[in-house]
Design a protein around this ligand. Structure first.
Ligand SMILES: Cc1cc2nc3c(=O)[nH]c(=O)nc-3n(C[C@H](O)[C@H](O)[C@H](O)COP(=O)(O)OP(=O)(O)OC[C@H]3O[C@@H](n4cnc5c(N)ncnc54)[C@H](O)[C@@H]3O)c2cc1C
Length: 459
């Protein structure tokens, strides 16, 4: 350590991923004095878009959903810095693998009746869904919830692959009350999922709500353009990159934060408020004043490991890529979770006549795969692609492996205690706001919404 540098500000935001940058964007709009501390040498967190040899690929999330009014508002506010790109027509078509064959998810009534994905018995049983008893166990897992309301084949060939696509998770572990609160609340409030969906159609929407079209988005130039735009909006001068060993301690009605900067110097910031947006696994070291028993309730959250692959082909000779992609139910026992056809969703992702796909491996059921070497991963992917993408020759022109050790938090039965503990800590330590993906949802739309809420609470 060299000399100690000491400064004062109003608010410190820890983490410059989508949540932290969004929070800072809204603080900035309200002319607040703030500093963002980020341990890595770049902003964006897991959102990183890369251009190479004519391909534009993602190293983290590939798409978001225009799922709430804050997403709409944020893109409007950043319109001079980045442009939202909605997924093309192929977005609606999605495949599920059944018995080794891709089957399209039904989009209309006729396809719902004729699809081989669900059993005849379960299709008939669905007619009785509005009359089924409302569940009374708030900790019922998702698998049991779906079997009870819809039937096992819907669990196996709709919900299981959906959960693989969103959480890389397991419906036997996730608790709808915490992982899919909208679904849980529909049953509790409307008595049925079909009835709830029907009722929703009659709810009057404000002009802002009408813009929440639930469409799939990226940005022109990739999702990294969104975090780049946020970084520009927030101002690089307010961001300290390479800030290691951040430690927060309360001091009277304020906080003292120490960290080591990129030059190895010890820095101190005195501030009135702190917003953390880092994962649950990183909180213990950062907030050492939190009692161990309380911290255990937060960092017991399990994050699944995911391997992401970006594969580019200058000349595409495989199966027609005419859909969003395909998801693979766990009952199919394959080595990959799903495939996203990025170049058929968005412009300029691959050279003309070529293709870019993203493939996911691992997740809660195959945590072991992250330990494979690059060559072993390549062999696994080659075998799966030859079969599932009808690629007889596997010679990708772009082959990138991205390992995520803390990819997606799994909102299990322990989540209630975690949410309560965070609320207790925020009440106990005025001016402390604990955000990040340990609460309020895991998707980008959730992160954007939470980022704004954190800023508003801190104001
Ligand atoms: C592989 C993958 C695929 C995904 N796919 C989708 C998708 O298709 N659609 C979707 O909506 N969402 C998806 N998500 C989720 C979405 O990407 C995240 O919810 C969102 O980007 C998280 O933003 P964040 O700011 O909360 O966290 P992060 O992006 O993790 O940012 C946290 C930041 O804090 C920093 N940090 C961590 N620890 C410390 C510390 N101790 N001190 C200082 N800084 C620290 C990190 O370096 C990072 O920059 C995916 C996520 C992953 C990993």
């Amino acid at each position: 350590m060299n000399s100690a540098n000491e400064i004062a500000t109003d608010i410190v935001v820890i983490g410059a991923g989508l949540t932290g940058l969004t929070a800072a964007h809204y603080l900035n709009k309200k002319n607040q004095k703030f500093i963002i501390l980020e341990q890595s040498d770049k902003t964006g967190g897991v959102i990183q878009s890369k251009c190479e040899d004519g391909y534009l690929y993602e190293e983290g999330p590939n798409t978001g959903v225009v799922g709430n009014t804050t997403v709409v508002e944020l893109f409007e506010q950043l319109s001079d810095k980045c442009t939202i790109e909605l997924g093309g027509n192929n977005v609606k078509k999605r495949y599920i693998l059944k018995n080794g064959k891709w089957e399209a998810l039904p989009l209309g009534l006729w396809s719902a009746v004729t699809t081989p994905l669900f059993t005849f018995k379960d299709k008939l049983r669905l007619l009785g869904e509005p009359f089924r008893k409302v569940g009374n166990d708030p900790h019922e897992n998702l698998a049991s919830f779906v079997k009870r309301r819809m039937g096992k084949s819907f669990l196996d060939y709709a919900i299981d692959p959906f959960i693989i696509g969103v959480y890389a998770g397991d419906p036997n572990y996730l608790i709808p009350k915490y992982a899919l609160p909208k679904l849980y609340n529909i049953e509790q409030e409307c008595g049925s999922l079909i009835g709830g969906a029907f009722k929703k159609g009659f709810i009057k929407k404000s002009e802002e709500e009408k813009k929440v079209n639930k469409k799939v988005f990226s940005c022109i130039g990739g999702l990294g353009e969104l975090t780049k735009a946020l970084t520009a909006s927030v101002g690089a001068e307010n961001i300290r990159l390479g800030a290691k060993d951040i430690v927060v301690n309360p001091s009277g009605n304020a906080y003292i934060i120490t960290y080591t900067d990129a030059k190895g110097e010890l820095n101190t910031i005195n501030c009135k408020k702190v917003i953390t947006t880092i994962g649950a696994y990183a909180l213990e070291k950062t907030l050492p004043f939190v009692e161990k028993s309380q911290m255990r309730k937060i960092n017991s959250l399990h994050y699944t490991k995911v391997i992401e692959l970006a594969l580019g082909f200058d000349k595409w000779e495989g199966r027609k890529l005419d859909a969003f992609g395909g998801l693979i139910p766990s009952s199919e026992k394959r080595n990959i979770l799903g495939i996203l056809n990025m170049s058929s969703l968005f412009e300029n992702r691959a050279p003309e006549g070529g293709a870019l796909v993203s493939i996911f491996m691992g997740g809660v059921r195959r945590q072991d795969l992250i330990a494979l070497t690059d060559n072993e991963i390549k062999r696994v992917v080659e075998k799966e692609c030859q079969d599932l993408l009808a690629l007889h020759e596997f010679n990708p022109d772009l082959f990138k492996i991205i390992r995520h050790n803390f990819a997606i938090p799994q909102y299990g039965v322990e989540s209630g205690e975690r949410f309560e503990t965070i609320a207790q800590l925020e009440a106990q330590f005025k001016g402390l706001f604990i955000g990040g993906n340990q609460r309020n949802g895991i998707g980008m739309a959730d992160r954007i919404k939470q980022g704004k809420e954190l800023a508003m609470e801190a104001l």
